[in-house]
Design a protein around this ligand. Structure first.
Ligand SMILES: [Zn+2]
Ligand SMILES: [Zn+2]
Length: 163
């Protein structure tokens, strides 16, 4: 979804309201921060012109499927984000949201906000035990015996043959 600054400037109230489900296609980018799927993204807000400066105020409600950094299982998380920013038409400016060709790409703003809001580690729950580095078992579901009887790696090959 794109909102044109021209429409904002031309409007009688010097503002354009929006409230819409946003489809997110940048999943390859979002996967770098552990997002597997954006199940729902709903953005509502307003773009206003005040003293010939444009502003965006927006709330985003998200339903995300994330992958746990420790056990790699998928889990869902709901998030709310609030965005308040000036809008700039100068692509060299480091402040504010860049409006390309005078249009604000709301989906892109949402993607940027998700990128910034993701914590360094996504965990399915705080005390996730992760995956055993020897047998690959999900330690939240089962316990393994790897720690108890550490098998000599030279012997484990032999044991495999006996199975
Ligand atoms: Zn986990
Ligand atoms: Zn194990």
């Amino acid at each position: 979804m794109k909102v044109s600054l021209y429409d904002v400037a031309r409007s009688a109230t010097s503002s354009v309201n929006f409230a819409k489900d946003i489809s997110i296609t940048e999943l390859d980018l979002l996967s770098t921060v552990g997002v597997v799927e954006v199940n729902k993204a709903y953005a509502s807000g307003v773009i206003e012109s005040i003293n010939s400066q444009f502003f965006l105020t927006m709330d985003v409600k998200l339903d995300l499927t994330l992958s746990c950094d420790r056990c790699l299982s998928s889990f869902t998380e709901s998030k709310s984000l609030s965005v308040e920013s000036i809008i700039t038409e100068d692509d060299s400016s480091i402040d504010g949201i860049f409006a390309e060709d005078g249009k604000v790409d709301i989906s892109k703003v949402v993607v940027d906000e998700i990128m910034m809001s993701m914590s360094m580690k996504s965990l399915c729950f705080e005390d996730c035990k992760g995956i055993c580095s020897s047998c690959g078992i999900n330690l939240n579901e089962k316990e393994c015996k790897c720690k108890e009887d550490e098998i000599d790696p030279r012997l484990s090959g032999l044991l495999d043959l006996l199975k």
